[in-house]
Design a protein around this ligand. Structure first.
Ligand code: NAD
Length: 476
């Protein structure tokens, strides 16, 4: 169903599309297939609701976000099970994601009350300057399938807290999770039109309608760099504000003073996060020569023992990839690397035995001897493959780590404070984890530089992305 102006409804065309389980290929449900006309109605509803919503007190808006936070936690188990069916991640990871998603509602329920202004002295005695922050207006949100609940609340939370209204287009692979999030927003009694949902099987016409609409004042997007660039160009025609959370190609640097086993444990865990389908997954693992053998052995041991299967099976750490093209991309990258001289230490192929036959499974893999001629060295993998590169010096590894168009997450393992500090300062990335594989949280400003995007989500910065600055000159 679409959710427009406070009503659950069919698409204007009457069309629907199928949603499948990536572990089995089975159809889970059919969803209303929104088109440009539906997007237009949603934009009009959001525009009509804007003044009323922005005119409430921050305390009133905050109440709704608190209510949504509590309801999301009450529904945690149902939402997690739906996510495992629709997106494929292991149930334990799905439960964690719902908690993370709810955290954004809580954080922004609190931040709503902290949109402060400023008074500034003037060089004219009879003048004062004042600065206010006001909601930007109607926001269009376009979200990915890999975190199908938290990527929604990371946008809806700050937009609503700031006083914006929103039209959201979820990924075509995961509309069912989006519908459940919007049921929560409906039940907490948001005024009609404040939040609107337009699922679609074809993002192009809905995207074009959202991006060409003069009423839409901001685009907030999470997805691939390729699509992000396309949308940014479209947004330019009506000079919309944009926030872009795009792809990554994270380096994971292990210096020779680090404990190789501890570093391998961290690398393995963050590599298989969401079966390798997270924007912060390491895509190049650099290990210093002195501990390379110990690190590779520990990494291969951990990764090689990981169990693949349905996210509902206890103990499974590797779920299916989201679809056939994703599986083919991972397979192609591994074959390219091997053809150019990489060694497969563990894994390296599709998994098709028994119950895995109908899903999109790839074996958790460690490659060594990876070089910058290989496609995997440059292109985001989005799968459970760990490419390892051995290095000699600090300067060399920092230059290699920065040699990418991306700049989202990066990781450093060391016990040397000087090395840690130099690496933090020199890495051209929005995020650096030092002996830390989870540098994320609702309170933290998440985002990238270069082709990884613009703007930050979460933290204090998260709400400013939804606010305009107004300068007042006051003479008396
Ligand atoms: P994608 O770019 O293919 O799709 C993302 C969204 O864009 C989907 O909703 C899709 O329907 C929509 N879309 C695609 N073409 C469009 C068009 N022409 N007009 C309007 N909308 C369009 O990305 P994906 O495969 O869903 O997600 C994976 C990517 O997202 C990876 O690159 C990953 O790194 C990135 N990602 C980034 C972050 C971050 O915070 N930086 C978080 C999660 C995922």
């Amino acid at each position: 169903m679409l959710y427009i102006d406070g009503q659950w409804q069919a698409a204007a065309s009457g069309a629907t599309f199928a949603v499948t389980d990536p572990a089995t290929g089975k159809v889970l449900d059919h969803v209303a297939d929104g088109g440009a006309a539906d997007a237009r109605r949603a934009i009009e509803a959001a525009a009509a609701a804007f003044d009323g919503w922005a005119g409430l007190t921050a305390y009133q808006r905050s109440e709704k976000l608190y209510a949504a936070y509590h309801l999301m936690l009450e529904r945690r188990e149902d939402l997690a099970k739906l996510m495992t069916s629709e997106q494929g991640k292991p149930l334990r990871a799905a439960r964690i994601e719902v908690g993370y998603a709810a955290d954004f509602l809580l954080w922004f329920a609190e931040e709503a009350k902290r949109v402060y202004g400023q008074t500034i002295p003037s060089n004219r005695a009879e003048q004062r300057f004042m600065v206010l922050h006001q909601p930007v207006g109607v926001c269009a949100a376009i979200t990915p399938w890999n975190y199908p609940v938290s990527m929604l609340t990371r946008k809806i939370g700050p937009a609503l807290a700031a006083g914006c209204t929103i039209v959201l287009k979820p990924a075509e692979q995961t509309p069912l999770c989006a519908i459940e999030v919007f049921k929560i927003l409906d039940e907490v009694g948001l005024p009609p039109g404040v939040v609107n949902l337009v699922p679609t099987s074809d993002p192009v016409p809905v995207g074009a309608e959202l991006l060409s609409a003069p009423e839409v004042r901001k685009l907030t997007f999470t997805g691939s760099t390729e699509v992000g660039k396309l949308l940014m160009a479209q947004a330019a025609t009506t000079m919309k504000r944009v926030s872009m959370e795009l792809g990554g190609h994270a380096p994971f640097i292990v210096y020779d003073d680090a404990d190789p086993k501890r570093a391998a444990t961290g690398a393995a865990m963050v590599k298989v996060l969401n079966t390798g389908q997270a924007c912060i997954c390491p895509n190049r693992l650099y290990v210093q020569r002195g501990i390379a053998d110990a690190f590779i052995a520990a990494l291969a041991d951990r990764i090689g023992k990981m169990q693949a299967g349905s996210g509902f099976t206890e103990g499974v750490q590797i779920g299916p990839l989201v679809d056939q093209p994703s599986l083919e991309k991972v397979d192609r990258q591994v074959r390219d690397a091997v053809a150019k001289g990489a060694t497969v230490v563990t894994g390296g192929q599709r998994l098709t035995d028994g119950p895995l036959a109908d899903g999109y499974f790839f074996a958790p893999t460690v490659l060594t001897g990876v070089t910058d001629e290989m496609v995997i060295y440059r292109e985001e993998t989005f799968g459970p493959v760990a490419p390892v590169i051995v290095f000699d010096t600090e300067d060399e590894v920092l230059a290699m780590a920065n040699d990418t168009e991306y700049g989202l997450a990066s990781y450093v393992y060391t016990n040397d404070l000087g090395r840690a500090y130099r690496s933090i300062e020199k890495l051209k990335f929005g995020i650096v984890g030092v002996n830390d594989i989870n540098p994320t949280g609702a309170a933290a400003p998440f985002g990238g530089v270069k082709s990884s995007g613009l703007g930050r989500e979460g933290g204090q910065d998260g709400i400013t992305e939804y606010l305009d600055t107004k300068l007042v000159g006051l003479s008396f």
